[in-house]
Design a protein around this ligand. Structure first.
Ligand SMILES: Nc1nc2c(c(=O)[nH]1)N[C@H]1C(S)=C(S)[C@@H](COP(=O)(O)OP(=O)(O)OC[C@H]3O[C@@H](n4cnc5c(N)ncnc54)[C@H](O)[C@@H]3O)O[C@H]1N2
Ligand code: MOO
Ligand SMILES: [Mg+2]
Length: 428
């Protein structure tokens, strides 16, 4: 330190929604790439998935049985059984090679294409099959109406139907659909690459032993997982000590190689909080550096050339929240998602939360599901510096600023962290 007492910068907080609006205005490129279907799970579709043909593509049998011309069965009854000559057996994948004449039937297995002349299927259990003089027959004791047990062409999906919209994350069912239409390669959104630097001279690496005054860098590892969960590629960059030249050079150098750069720590007003000076020397456009939220009030976002620089707080809970509220939607938008923000739902608080705060609070929370409602409770030690509660965090309670505490039984807004569908902005 230079020993000179500095004037502390006074920052004016902006609201959460103003801050989110500023960030999502900065559009990252939306690029696409082709990936093999086997590598497409959890990727995001970059084009609508349209049915290239009907499903099923032909009328077929849903049962193991006999295909008949229904009119031939119209007189059949317990007293007057009707016997058919069985002319052929077809399994799934085979096609009947003959024309089915009146009084004839085809032994047909589940999934096999219906012979063109037939319009009903008799299940094996409802027919008596027998052979006489090396000819196969079967007898039925009731009539079967036209259409009985037919799985019709297009009954599942009609040709040309838009099945899945661009921006949807591929799940196992999507993989089944893509395979149904023969997509060996799938057009998906290219994942943005996000670099992560931790800053702080107190930070130790995973293998290091604790020393007085030092702690292990947990934020980087949390962020690598958050980035992956959000659908982007994390780039591990390790940590930087609180030394200006080192931080400036590394941040500048790396920002040129990634789509977004996240740093944690060093964004507040402390003597060793160097990020504000780094942004100043880079002449980056700082969108905001104070938000009326808790935790994460010091979250800073800047734009430098084509790169978004996210200065997340060093405090673990604040860092976690800052990522989910500000970084995640930017990733989602570059992945063509129409609803890139966390999914907002209502939930019943099952534990009193008496803490009052003038700022909007994002309380790391644990969610449980009872028969007819979502229940929520703080996931543990509730401070910006908390790390222990994050492991049980599946959601944030979003509590408006200026309110007093909340009581068990109150219905509150909750932002869910792991849902297939997100929310549009604004949440309020
Ligand atoms: N006078 C003021 N002091 C502080 C203010 C303020 O407005 N005026 N804001 C407070 C708030 S709110 C927060 S949040 C923190 C933000 O601090 P920084 O983002 O500058 O982060 P650091 O100072 O570098 O570290 C804070 C805290 O977090 C620990 N840390 C840092 N990096 C990591 C990491 N990678 N893994 C685990 N833990 C980390 C660090 O050791 C500190 O304990 O500032 C308040 N102060
Ligand atoms: O930014 Mo601090 O996390 O508000 O607590
Ligand atoms: Mg600090």
């Amino acid at each position: 330190m230079d020993g000179v007492k500095r004037v502390v910068e006074k920052r004016t907080p902006i609201s959460v929604s103003e801050a989110v609006k500023k960030v999502i205005k900065i559009r990252l490129g939306q690029e696409t790439e082709l990936v093999h279907l086997h590598g497409a799970y959890r990727r995001t579709l970059a084009e609508d998935l349209i049915a290239k043909h009907s499903v099923p593509p032909f009328d077929r049998s849903p049962y193991d049985g006999f295909a008949i011309r229904s009119e031939d069965s119209s007189e059949a009854s317990r007293d007057h059984p009707k016997t058919f000559r069985v002319i052929e057996t077809i399994g799934a994948g085979s096609v009947c090679s003959q024309h089915v004449q009146p009084g004839e039937a085809v032994r047909i297995m589940t999934g096999a294409m219906l012979p063109i002349e037939c319009d009903a299927i008799v299940m094996l259990e409802l027919a008596d099959a027998f052979s006489k003089d090396e000819i196969d027959y079967m007898t039925i004791k009731r009539a079967f109406p036209s259409g009985h047990n037919i799985s019709y062409k297009g009954e599942d999906v009609g040709e040309g139907t838009v099945l899945i919209q661009k921006g949807t994350v591929i799940n196992p069912g999507t993989s089944a659909l893509l395979a149904t239409f023969g997509y060996e390669y799938v057009k998906v959104a290219k994942k943005p690459t996000i670099g992560v630097y931790a800053t702080g001279s107190e930070l130790l690496d995973l293998g290091d032993s604790l020393e007085p005054g030092k702690i292990r860098n947990s934020n980087t590892h949390m962020l690598l997982a958050q980035i992956e969960r959000a659908g982007a590629i994390p780039r591990y960059l390790g940590s930087l000590p609180d030394e200006f030249d080192r931080c400036y050079t590394k941040i500048k150098e790396t920002a040129e190689q990634v789509d977004m750069l996240i740093t944690t720590g060093g964004v507040s007003v402390g003597d060793f909080d160097l990020l504000p000076e780094v942004y100043a020397k880079l002449e980056a456009d700082v969108l905001f550096n104070k938000i009326a939220m808790r935790p994460g009030s010091v979250t800073t976002v800047a734009v430098w050339q084509d790169t978004l620089l996210f200065g997340l707080s060093g405090n673990p809970s604040a860092c976690y929240v800052g990522f989910e509220v500000f970084v995640r939607p930017v990733i989602g938008m570059s992945l063509f998602q129409e609803k890139p923000h966390l999914k907002k739902v209502k939930a019943t608080l099952i534990e009193s939360f008496p803490k009052a705060n003038p700022f909007t609070r994002f309380v790391p929370s644990h969610v449980t599901y009872s028969n007819d409602r979502i229940q929520v409770s703080p996931s543990g030690f509730n401070k910006s510096s908390a790390v222990s509660s994050l492991a049980k965090t599946e959601a944030f309670m979003m509590l408006p600023g200026g309110t007093r505490g909340y009581e068990s039984g109150d219905v509150v807004d909750v932002l869910l962290l792991e849902t297939a569908e997100g929310s549009e902005w604004p949440w309020d």
